[in-house]
Design a protein around this ligand. Sequence first.
Ligand SMILES: C[S@@+](CC[C@H](N)C(=O)[O-])C[C@H]1O[C@@H](n2cnc3c(N)ncnc32)[C@H](O)[C@@H]1O
Length: 222
Amino acid sequence: MSTYILMKILESAPSRYDLGIRLLTLGRLGKAYDRLTSLVKKGDRVLDLGSGTGALALRAAQKGAKVKGIDINPRMLETAQARVKAANLAQNIEFVEMGVVELDKEEAESFEVVMSGLCFSELTEDELRFTLKELRRILKPGGLLLIADEARPRTILKSLIISPLRMFLRIFVFILTQTTTRALKNLPEQVRTAGFDIVSSKLNRSETFLELVARKPGGREK
Ligand SMILES: C[S@@+](CC[C@H](N)C(=O)[O-])C[C@H]1O[C@@H](n2cnc3c(N)ncnc32)[C@H](O)[C@@H]1O
């Protein structure tokens, strides 16, 4: 019953997304985003993939970064714009309705940081491969790739235990974004294969959530 009520609240508008995600993750997602964006520096050019309502973009802009957030969902972007205006950060953030498949339009070596929260798990295998290849190109040498996303547990037992929760999360994301999620398997390996060095890769205890920091080789040390 409480799940039904939560869904009804969330269905009404993406502006409910932040409240919903806070409830669903018991505030842990926000802490993960704080940890990841602590690596962003003033003046960095930052790209936020699947920026949604702007949770990561706002954190980075508050640190003095110049942020470009891209997302395919115009309603999420509208909510993000309103939040940016309310936070008086419009001069630091630009939101663009754009999918990851259009990343090839971005200039080579134009960002110090690329970050993504809960978006990689909404991509198809092909999109994920393409995205990693393009991120390697558009990041400056030494630039950082910061990812927080759903992971697939490594053991069958853990997978079975969390499957009801995952189903709930899939419905939740579908209501908000009309897309579904695919918990990521071996993301650190895929990121390494795409030509990044893994700086840190941290799974939570149930192995359902991954925080990943990777670096494009060369240039800048953080
Ligand atoms: C679960 S939401 C997360 C939003 C935000 N990053 C956050 O953590 O609050 C995932 C977002 O990714 C966006 N998205 C999904 N597929 C995408 C794609 N191919 N290109 C760009 N954005 C995409 C969705 O529209 C949605 O806003």
